[in-house]
Design a protein around this ligand. Structure first.
Ligand SMILES: NC(=O)C1=CN([C@@H]2O[C@H](COP(=O)(O)OP(=O)(O)OC[C@H]3O[C@@H](n4cnc5c(N)ncnc54)[C@H](O)[C@@H]3O)[C@@H](O)[C@H]2O)[C@@H](O)CC1
Ligand SMILES: [K+]
Length: 480
């Protein structure tokens, strides 16, 4: 499992060590880790000796880390130039760098020269701002970074891409996209959240020996899926594995029901009872026409439910049943005011904006895209439900504060019906008794993996995702 911590949590964990006078030791560890990562990249592209790096150095300790790392690299035969982008820089680190033979330039009014130097280097180290940043890059510096970014230089970010909000992943102003981000003490939450994570490249973490509390955010890996997936036992039967009720489809949209059912079947449900006008596949049992008359362990409601009063009534009845429910698509506009944590809402950014606006928080889709975690948390606060916010990175927030961020997918997953299959997988996990936030995060992970497997780099249709899920689970089961 990958865990993410806010910049504030990392700062708090560093505080006792700083008070004990161990600041220089922490910085030395950070610099050593960064220097190794840079050396590794330089070796990959032809060797360290005689190669050249350019450091962009800001006013704080982030710049200090980069300067100390460069000092180590100067001693290994790397040529290094520091471009000071602020009116001050970490003095001790700058002195070490100068004494080791580093060249120093000031950005102030010399953009063309600094740009040319940065573009001639094998690697650029971004040490402008770290967790002390307040807002994005501004003014003259923003203009310089924007121009440099247009040339897409090879960048390693020191702790985080400068200008990225360490806590939220929000981006305001230009950022240099990194090949790799070498982060210190803990992975910051903003490195695992859109939109900022797109700028981070590969993540590597340098241990500083910090005592951190509970993580703010988790990203499940394949071992977590293996540990928590409801694999059937030898003595299980279809009822003990969980029965899922599905209210999906309308006369206008029968296809969504098919895809939701296929999603649920692909994840290994014991049995499905289907309520709606579509012709279900042979593996699915037609349920009694009212929600109350069906014995199930969980409900999946909403895919393809549009302008069909009988189906909408069933969605509402399921949402009030007290059972775990995944509420998708059409059901998101039918929600009762009070929801429990065992209701999983699955909006995309536009649907979340509509949901929040309907609850009195005027929100645009772009607001959600800029700060997805903040808005998903707000929806949890206002509804009491578990929220899965769909996107290239899918975010899940549970009412007791747990946050997951899953990013296994491929852009080919952005296709009609993809969300219906995801809802089906969540439904199967809820019917098997998996706790809602974990069920949503595991489903997002498996859905993403299935998309990648089905795609092999090419386009996919939503039904291909469902076809690939059993293979994904089969491969994962080999790790158990
Ligand atoms: N605190 C510690 O114990 C350690 C910190 N480390 C490094 O120190 C960094 C944090 O250092 P600092 O707290 O000095 O903070 P930063 O290096 O992130 O810089 C903060 C400084 O930048 C200025 N600033 C903030 N936002 C700005 C903006 N938008 N535009 C221009 N200037 C802005 C502020 O005035 C402040 O002086 C971490 O990211 C990490 O790289 C590491 O050395 C490990 C140990
Ligand atoms: K940085």
């Amino acid at each position: 499992m990958i865990t993410g911590y806010t910049g504030t949590a990392v700062r708090d964990a560093e505080q006792p060590l700083l008070e004990a006078g161990r600041g220089p030791e922490l910085m030395a560890k950070a610099a050593y880790g960064l220097a190794n990562a840079v050396a590794w990249r330089l070796r990959e592209s032809g060797g360290t000796y005689g190669s050249s790096i350019v450091l962009l150095i800001g006013p704080g300790n982030n710049g200090g880390d980069a300067l100390y790392a460069a000092t180590l690299l100067l001693n290994r035969g790397v040529r290094a130039t520091a471009v000071l982008v602020a009116d001050r820089a970490h003095q001790e680190a700058l002195t070490s760098f100068r004494l080791a033979g580093g060249r120093i330039l000031k950005l102030d009014g010399r953009h063309e020269e600094c740009l040319a130097v940065a573009l001639s280097a094998d690697l650029v180290i971004d040490g402008i701002l770290g967790i002390g940043a307040r807002g994005g890059l501004r003014g003259e510096l923003a203009g310089f970074v924007e121009r440099l970014a247009e040339h897409a230089p090879a960048v390693i970010a020191c702790d985080l891409p400068s200008g990225l909000d360490a806590d939220s992943g929000a981006v305001s102003g230009p950022l240099l996209a990194a090949l790799e981000t070498v982060t210190f003490g803990a992975i910051k939450t903003g490195l695992l959240l859109p939109p900022g994570e797109e700028f981070c490249g590969e993540l590597s973490q340098i241990d500083l020996g910090l005592e951190l509390g509970d993580a703010e955010l988790r990203r499940l890996d394949e071992h977590d899926i293996v540990d928590h997936w409801p694999w059937p036992h030898r003595v299980d039967h279809k009822y003990s594995r969980g029965v899922l009720g599905v209210v999906a489809g309308s006369n206008a949209y029968p296809g969504a029901a098919h895809l939701a059912l296929r999603g649920a079947l692909s994840a290994g449900t014991g049995m499905i009872r289907y309520l709606g006008p579509a012709d279900p596949p042979p593996e699915v049992v037609r349920g009694a026409s009212t929600v109350a008359a069906n014995r199930v362990q969980a409900w999946l409601v909403g895919p393809g439910v549009v302008e069909d009063e009988a189906q909408q009534r069933r969605c509402l009845d399921a949402l009030r049943s007290g059972l775990p429910v995944v509420a998708d698509a059409g059901a998101l506009s039918l929600l009762p005011r009070e929801l429990g944590p065992n209701i999983v809402l699955t909006p995309h950014a536009g649907e979340l904006a509509t949901l929040l606006s309907g609850l009195g928080d005027r929100t645009e889709r772009t607001d959600v895209e800029r700060q997805p975690l903040r808005h998903a948390k707000r929806a949890v606060e206002l509804t009491g439900a578990t929220v899965l916010l769909k996107g290239a990175t899918t975010i899940v927030v549970g009412p007791d504060g747990q946050v997951y961020s899953q990013s296994e997918g491929t852009p080919w997953l952005a296709t009609a019906g993809s969300g219906d299959t995801l809802a089906g997988i969540i439904g199967t996990l809820l019917a098997s008794g998996v706790e809602p936030a974990l069920a949503a995060a595991m489903a997002a992970s498996v859905h993403g993996r299935a998309g990648v497997l089905a795609s092999q780099g090419g386009p996919i249709a939503a039904s291909d995702i469902a076809t690939a899920v059993p293979r994904v689970l089969g491969e994962l089961s080999c790790l158990a």
